[in-house]
Write a protein that binds this ligand. Structure first.
Ligand code: NI
Length: 244
């Protein structure tokens, strides 16, 4: 999620070294003396944000346990109460609560449509996991809850979700509703304003939550979990339920 910042730095460096003509060096020096304070500050901001995100991850991990009966299932098994009821607005503009997901599995991801890389990657992985599951995948509803409700209106979500999966449900809400559901799922998010840009990005934790047919969080998958592993874990959850 910080890649735009890095790209920008690289672009600035290239600009300074390419095609120098007489006078350019001076201009470049003048320019870099203007840019430098920002370039010095930016890494500090980025490092601080990375530390914050990792600290949150560590905090979450401290609370992760794996009871023996679930250890083989895959994904993370969590020992704190994570999840809970919500009522939000879907990408068609209709109100939708967590109860609409009961009776089937769901994969819930918290992200935002303007995300340059992390969110689209993870949503793509969810779609692959459903494909890998084949027919069993029909019993899993993919859901994206936005953490950027200011930009992600139902209309924006309606254009975005079909890019990933024809059954992907996009959910948005008021700032208070999103704050509430994010707290329930222990999702950290924060608007990240870079003075170099006219737009903003969001920092956010990136987990995929597997919700069971009763509405409980059955597993969490870290960002980067291969879709095959997600599919395996889901299949095993289904098998355990079928046998119990
Ligand atoms: Ni993202």
């Amino acid at each position: 999620m910080f890649n735009r910042g890095f790209r920008r730095n690289r672009a600035t460096d290239n600009e300074n070294v390419s095609a120098m003509r007489p006078g350019d060096a001076l201009r470049a020096r003048q320019r870099s003396s203007l840019i430098a304070p920002m370039n010095r500050k930016l890494p500090i901001i980025v490092v601080a944000l990375v530390v914050a995100v990792f600290a949150f991850g560590a905090w979450l991990n401290l609370r992760v346990a794996d009871p023996p009966e679930n250890a083989a299932v895959g994904g993370m098994v969590v020992n704190v109460s994570i999840g809970g009821p919500f009522e939000l607005t879907d990408h068609t503009g209709a109100r939708m609560s967590d109860e609409a997901l009961r009776g089937n599995y769901a994969l819930i991801y918290f992200g935002y449509t303007f995300c340059p890389d992390v969110c689209p990657t993870e949503l793509g992985e969810i779609a692959v996991a459903l494909d890998v599951l084949g027919e069993a995948g029909d019993r899993v509803t993919p859901v994206m809850i936005t953490i950027d409700p200011a930009r992600d209106t139902p209309e924006v979500l309606a254009e975005y979700v079909p890019l990933f999966h024809d059954r992907l449900v996009g959910l948005t809400g008021t700032e208070a509703e999103i704050k509430d559901v994010a707290e329930k799922y222990r999702v950290f998010f924060r608007r990240f304003d870079d003075p170099n840009f006219t737009y903003y990005l969001m920092d956010h934790t990136s987990f995929v939550y597997l919700i069971d047919p009763q509405g409980a969080v059955a597993s969490m998958f870290r960002y980067g979990t291969p879709p095959e592993d997600m599919a395996d874990a889901i299949r095993q959850h289904m098998r355990i339920r079928a046998n119990s």
